[in-house]
Design a binder for this molecule. Structure first.
Ligand code: ASP
Length: 472
C-alpha cells in the first residue's frame, strides 16, 4: 500500500478515536457516574480521587475510565512528540549538507542569483494572490455580518487573558529591519545549534559559494562529504517515515479529543470561508501555476506531496514537516536536489500562503463583526501586511494568529476581536499549514522546471519502482 494511503488511514482512525474520547469527556457522561468537576477529577492524583470516591460517592468505574483515557491521551502525545523530535533532529543537517552540496555542484553563481530571484518573486506573488482570494471571499460571504452580539461579548470577556498574551508576544517581535539583519548569523555554529533555519540557509549558501570559488581539486573532498552526509540524512528520513502513519494517528488524537466538533458552532460560516479559500488556492490557484509554468499534471503533484500534506495537517508545523516535504519533492515529484534544498527550506520559513489567506479572512471577519467598514485602501493594506507578516511567521503551530495582531493594527481594527476566533484556531492552523507546504512544493516544481531540473513522470516512477525492488 502506498505511504499516503497508510497515513490517511492513521489520520481517519485518529480523528475517530479523538472524537470518542471527546464524547466520553463531556460533563454529562461524568455526572452520570457521580463526578461533577470533571477536570479537577481527572487532574487529581489517584489517592485524592480515592478520597473523593469514598466521600462523594463517585462510581469506582469512573476512576478506571479516567485513568484509561488519561493514559491514552498521554501515550499518544508521547508518540507524536517523539516523531516530531526525530523530524526536527533531521531538519538542520538536511538543509545544511544538501544546500552546500547543491550550491557547490551548481558551480555557477549567476545561476544561483537567478534561482534566488525567481524563487522570491514567485513566493511573493503566490502569497498576494492567496490573501486576495481570502479578502474576496470574506467580502462576498460576509461571515461576520450579523454575528450574535452576546456570543461576541461573552467570548471577548472570557478570552481576555489569552488575547493579551498574543498581543504581548506580537509586540515583542522584531521589526522587519531586525528580521532582515537577523538572517546573517554572527556565529554560524550558534545558528546550527539553535536551528535558526534562515541563518542556516544563509551560512550554507556562503559555504557553497566559497567552495565554488576554490580550485575544483581542493573543494572536491568537502563536496563529496556533504553529498554523502545528505544521503545519510535521506536514509534517516526514510526510516522515520515508516512511523508516519502511527505518528499521524498519535498527533491527531489529543487535538480532536480536546476540541471535539462542537467548537465549530457559531463560527461555522467563518471556518467555512477560510476552508473554502484554502481549497481555492490548493485546487485552482496552484494547478494554474503548474499548468502554465510546468509540465506537471495536478494529479501527479498531489500524489507526490500527499504524505507531507497529511503530516502538515496533523502536526500544524511546516518546520517539522520540512524533511518530509523535501523528500516528497525530490523523490516523488522528481525535482533535482539542489533546487529543493534551496527552495523548500526558504519556503518553509518565508512562504505561507495559507496563513496569509487566513489572516485576510480573519481581519475582514473581525471588522464585520464589530460593524467596521474596511475601505478598498485598507483592504490593500491587509494584502501588504499579511504578505509581509507571513514572511515573519515562524513555521510552528499557532503563530499565524499572533501575526494577525500586526495585520489588525495596520488597519486599526480592535484587537480584542481575536478572542472570538481563538477557539477554532487550531483546526484552521492544521488546514492552513497544508496549504503552506503545498505552496512551497509547487514553487519547487516551478523553479525546477524553469531550470531544467525536473524529471519526467516516467523516470520518477521507474526510480521509485527500482528503489522498492532493492528494498524487497
Ligand atoms: N502553523 C503554521 C505553519 O507552521 C503557521 C501558522 O499559520 O500559525 O506553517
Amino acid at each position: 500500500m502506498a505511504l499516503h494511503w497508510k497515513i490517511l488511514i492513521g489520520l481517519v482512525a485518529g480523528v475517530l478515536v479523538g472524537l470518542a474520547i471527546n464524547r466520553l469527556w463531556t460533563a454529562q457522561t461524568w455526572q452520570a457516574v457521580g463526578v461533577h468537576d470533571v477536570s479537577a477529577f481527572l487532574k487529581a492524583p489517584p489517592h485524592a480521587r480515592r478520597v473523593a470516591e469514598a466521600e462523594g460517592g463517585v462510581n469506582a468505574d469512573a476512576a478506571f475510565v479516567a485513568d484509561a483515557i488519561r493514559f491514552l491521551r498521554n501515550a499518544n502525545t508521547f508518540v507524536g512528540q517523539l516523531f516530531l523530535r526525530l523530524l526536527r533532529f533531521i531538519a538542520v543537517p538536511i538543509v545544511l549538507f544538501s544546500l552546500i552540496a547543491g550550491v557547490a555542484s551548481l558551480n555557477d553563481i549567476a545561476k544561483l542569483r537567478r534561482i534566488g530571484a525567481r524563487t522570491l518573486v514567485i513566493y511573493m506573488a503566490t502569497t498576494c494572490v492567496a490573501v486576495s482570494v481570502g479578502l474576496g471571499l470574506a467580502n462576498l460571504i460576509g461571515p461576520g455580518r450579523g454575528f450574535p452580539e452576546n456570543t461576541r461579548d461573552l467570548l471577548i470577556a472570557r478570552e481576555q487573558a489569552s488575547v493579551s498574551a498574543k498581543i504581548a508576544s506580537a509586540e515583542a517581535r522584531p521589526t522587519p529591519w531586525e528580521v532582515a539583519l537577523d538572517m546573517v548569523p554572527e556565529n554560524p555554529f550558534a545558528a546550527l545549534a539553535q536551528a535558526e533555519m534562515l541563518q542556516v540557509v544563509f551560512a550554507a549558501l556562503l559555504v557553497g559559494i566559497g567552495l565554488t570559488l576554490l580550485p575544483r581539486g581542493k573543494a572536491a573532498p568537502v563536496v563529496a562529504l556533504c553529498e554523502t552526509m545528505t544521503n545519510v540524512v535521506v536514509k534517516i528520513v526514510e526510516m522515520v517515515l515508516v512511523l508516519a502513519p502511527f505518528a499521524v494517528f498519535a498527533l491527531i488524537v489529543p487535538v480532536i479529543a480536546d476540541l471535539g466538533l462542537d467548537v465549530l458552532g457559531s463560527l461555522g460560516l467563518y471556518v467555512l470561508t477560510v476552508v473554502l479559500g484554502l481549497a481555492i488556492v490548493l485546487f485552482i490557484e496552484y494547478p494554474l501555476w503548474l499548468r502554465v509554468l510546468t509540465p506537471v499534471r495536478y494529479s501527479r503533484f498531489f500524489r507526490a506531496i500527499a504524505p507531507a500534506q497529511l503530516l502538515a495537517l496533523s502536526s500544524s508545523s511546516s518546520g517539522a514537516t520540512l524533511p518530509v516535504t523535501m523528500e516528497c519533492c525530490e523523490k516523488r515529484l522528481g525535482v533535482r536536489d539542489d533546487i529543493v534544498s534551496f527552495v523548500a527550506p526558504l519556503g518553509a520559513t518565508i512562504n505561507m500562503d495559507g496563513t496569509a489567506l487566513y489572516q485576510g479572512v480573519a481581519a475582514v471577519f473581525i471588522a464585520q463583526m464589530l460593524a467596521i467598514d474596511l475601505s478598498v485602501g485598507e483592504q490593500l493594506m491587509i494584502v501588504l501586511t499579511a504578505t509581509l507578516a507571513s514572511i515573519g511567521t515562524a513555521a510552528v503551530p499557532g503563530v499565524g494568529i499572533v501575526m494577525l495582531v500586526i495585520v489588525l493594527q495596520s488597519v486599526d481594527v480592535p484587537l480584542e476581536g481575536i478572542a472570538v476566533i481563538l477557539g477554532v484556531d487550531r483546526i484552521l492552523d492544521m488546514c492552513r499549514t497544508v496549504v503552506n507546504i503545498s505552496g512551497d512544493s509547487m514553487v519547487c516544481a516551478v523553479v525546477g522546471s524553469a531550470e531544467g531540473a525536473l524529471a519526467d513522470e516516467q523516470t520518477v516512477l521507474q526510480q521509485l519502482e527500482s528503489k522498492r525492488n532493492v528494498g524487497d
